[in-house]
Design a protein around this ligand. Structure first.
Ligand code: NAG
Ligand code: NAG
Ligand code: NAG
Ligand code: NAG
Length: 405
């Protein structure tokens, strides 16, 4: 099974061994919208440490539901929000999978078909960017809310094969930058700033399952679990337990809800065709070379055909610090959505000075923007033009096939 990163491939092989460790804090009805806050299991972090974890079978609303929002942030063992300049949330991804209910408890007796992902509708190949929700350092200031009567339908019993159940996992990557020699390089997963194992380049496989070459300067593969960013000598800092706290709002599914489809587009997608077949090649991340073109931003661009269109209900982008903006254009050049960054100015969690703290969200009047079947969209992600590794340009759009009467 192909995945977002090597780290995730590794974690999926142990996926079915871990116990579920999330728990519910509270649940309160809010008109017809219900909201619950959950916390994943915790893991220990110290200065410079990197954690790449998968929490399987997380708490998630049961039954046939319409999800209205899904937000997440890092907290310590007392439930306090952790600021990004201490522990940097690189990403969290919520991924759906279906699992054989009577699967053997012995991992050796399990077959690949006993657990498989149910990816979003997005256009990336294989198992790349399969999640439904997920952001990074911009999480606290980026809303995932969907306007009524739209919702993301989950748990539809007619879409779950007999003998299987629907489950969710969270894949997260967290970097403790306390004491790092270079916090920025550390959050960009720069290989030369990590204490990589000696045979790193010999044993690590890239997203195409090829041996990683020393041309790879940074990104997901250099931020593997248990690695460490190079530290200032003599730096002292406490270790602590960290968890991801996430908040979900939902409605029970009924005829008044209108489903939206979730598409995640990637500005690295090199689209090719083979006869009538369209082939995608998403890298999930990219490097911006040093010594770029001065004041104008670096632009990473993809032309992505959409097999099925729909009305645009929501749009935003997952990017990293240094982002200028990201824009999705229609085939005729019209702007469908631009997502712009917000940078922090203070000290408190959610407003950390110099850090990306949110990306703007587009909510076009439903019906006003229509993407046509087969339309080729253009995605441009723009960063400040300076050396940067592990840059991401993921655009999230929710499309409805119908409108309220
Ligand atoms: C689930 O796994 C069990 C044990 O391997 C197997 O007997 C059963 O046929 C599987 N169920 C389905 C629906 O594949
Ligand atoms: C990589 O593997 C080759 C041959 O397998 C070996 O000669 C070389 O020393 C290895 N390099 C590192 C950095 O481990
Ligand atoms: C194109 O399709 C043909 C027939 O399905 C297949 O044999 C060939 O390998 C494909 N080429 C590429 C580049 O994917
Ligand atoms: C996005 O950035 C580009 C390049 O700086 C700029 O020309 C454009 O106006 C920006 N778009 C928005 C909507 O801010």
């Amino acid at each position: 099974m192909e995945f977002i990163s090597n780290a995730m491939i590794l974690s999926f092989s142990i996926l079915l061994l871990l116990p579920s460790t999330s728990y519910s804090l509270y649940q309160k009805p809010e008109n017809h919208i219900k909201t619950a806050i959950f916390v994943t299991g915790s893991f220990e972090m110290g200065p410079g440490s990197i954690a790449t974890k998968t929490f399987e079978n997380i708490k998630f609303p049961r039954g046939h539901v319409g999800i209205k929002s899904f937000d997440a942030e890092l907290v310590d063992q007392e439930g306090n929000s952790i600021p990004s300049y201490e522990t940097y949330l690189h990403h969290w991804f919520a991924i759906k999978y279906h699992q054989n209910i009577t699967m053997s408890p012995n991992p050796k007796l399990r077959r690949p078909e006993d657990a498989f992902f149910q990816r979003n509708e997005g256009t990336c190949n294989g198992g790349i960017l399969p999640h439904y929700w997920g952001f990074g350092v911009e999480s606290r200031g980026t809303t995932s809310k969907i306007p009524d009567p739209f919702a993301i339908e989950q748990g539809n019993p007619t879409k779950i094969k007999n003998g299987y159940e629907e489950k969710w996992l969270l894949n997260i990557m967290v970097i403790d930058t306390r004491g790092a020699q270079d916090k920025k390089a550390c959050t960009q997963c720069r290989c030369d700033h990590m204490n990589l194992p000696k045979d790193f380049y010999n044993v690590t496989r890239d997203i195409h399952n090829q041996r990683l070459t020393t041309n790879y300067k940074g990104g997901l593969f250099c931020c593997q679990d248990n690695l460490q960013c190079k530290q200032i000598e003599g730096f002292q800092g406490s270790r602590r337990m960290v968890s991801l706290r996430y908040k979900i709002s939902w409605v029970d599914w009924n005829i008044y809800q209108i489903p939206v489809k979730v598409y995640i587009l990637d500005s690295t997608d090199k689209v090719r065709s083979n006869g009538s077949k369209i082939l995608h090649d998403c890298l999930a991340e990219y490097t911006i070379p040093a010594g770029g073109g001065g004041d104008s931003p670096h632009v990473q661009k993809a032309n992505i055909p959409m097999e099925n269109g729909g009305y645009l209900i929501y749009g935003t982008a997952h990017m990293h610090s240094g982002v200028v903006n990201a824009t999705l254009y229609g085939q005729d050049g019209r702007t469908l959505c631009t997502s712009t960054p917000k940078y922090g100015t203070g000290k408190e969690a959610g407003n950390e000075k110099g850090y990306l703290i949110g990306m703007s969200v587009c909510y076009p009047q439903p019906g006003s923007i229509k993407i046509h079947d087969g339309e080729i969209l253009t995605l441009e992600s723009r960063y400040k033009n300076e050396f940067r590794t592990g840059a991401m340009g993921h655009f999230y759009i929710y499309l409805a096939e119908e409108l309220p009467q």
